[in-house]
Design a protein around this ligand. Structure first.
Ligand SMILES: Nc1ncnc2c1ncn2[C@@H]1O[C@H](COP(=O)(O)OP(=O)(O)OP(=O)(O)O)[C@@H](O)[C@H]1O
Ligand SMILES: [Mg+2]
Length: 240
């Protein structure tokens, strides 16, 4: 298989009580790669990202980070290893300021004050609107700004791989274009992305590779360009 991937999932299953959300999911993300995971509502996309970041424990299977077993690493340790998660629904702390929300993202590096300040400057450079609103409470931001904040908070951890759950949800097309443009920029600087998106068209145009999840199973995988022209993908996810 060549080089060791950044992240490797082997035969992963996730269960909630009696509900099996993921069955036998194997996937990988290489260093510097953009991979997208597409699928209908309830397919298991969020569960997959939550298992990767350590928010839920898989029932079966294993995960490796740069060849190392992730099993005994909790969520904070995974952030320290270079895995950050921008969750579905953004989950910003509404009462806290933009700046305080961002600083939470660098919690694992808090001993490195200079590094944290530098990360903050970089996030403000990427999202100038957050700088303008740094003292504003996060709950008063627009939907698009909250999405930028959620991404910015994850970037504060200086990840090698950023997990993004539905970054475009509920946003106007111009804001979506801006968010996708920023993803391109982060990737150009070497960051790998694992992107979960309802907007399969946009996601497949951005990504190099893709996996399609149906009822918790991976049913298709390949180059994003090829899946964009696959008749099954077109029929189910591209509204064609
Ligand atoms: N905490 C939970 N307890 C019980 N069942 C859950 C829980 N979280 C998710 N599920 C179930 O697991 C399945 C997969 O859910 P998941 O949120 O991973 O899907 P998704 O692909 O992210 O969907 P969406 O596109 O709607 O965000 C669904 O059937 C969901 O009802
Ligand atoms: Mg989801």
């Amino acid at each position: 298989m060549g080089e060791t991937p950044l992240l490797q999932l082997n035969h992963l299953s996730v269960q909630y009580g009696g509900i099996q959300a993921l069955h036998d999911v194997s996937l990988h993300v290489a260093s510097g790669e953009i991979v997208t995971l597409i699928g209908a509502n309830g397919a298991g996309k969020t569960s997959c990202l939550r298992a990767i970041s350590g928010l839920i424990a898989p029932a079966q299977g294993s995960m490796q980070w740069m060849g190392q077993d992730l099993r005994n690493r909790d969520a904070a340790q995974r952030v320290r290893l270079g895995l950050a998660h921008s969750p579905e629904g953004r989950m910003v702390l509404a009462q806290q300021s933009v700046e305080d929300n961002l600083k939470l993202g660098s919690f694992v590096h808090r001993a490195d004050k200079v590094g944290c300040q530098q990360s903050l400057d970089e996030v403000f450079q990427l999202f100038p609107r957050l700088r303008e609103r740094r003292a504003q409470s996060a709950g008063t931001l627009s939907g698009g700004e909250q999405q930028m904040l959620a991404m910015g908070r994850a970037l504060m951890a200086r990840p090698k791989l950023l997990l993004l759950d539905e970054p475009s949800l509920g946003l106007a097309p111009l804001v979506v274009a801006e968010i996708f443009d920023r993803m391109r920029g982060m990737n150009a600087q070497g960051m790998a992305l694992l992107l979960v998106e309802q907007n399969a068209q946009l996601a497949l145009r951005l990504a190099q590779r893709a996996y399609v999840l149906e009822s918790g199973r991976i049913v298709l995988e390949g180059k994003a360009q090829e899946l964009l022209h696959d008749s099954r993908v077109k029929a189910a996810y591209l509204g064609a």
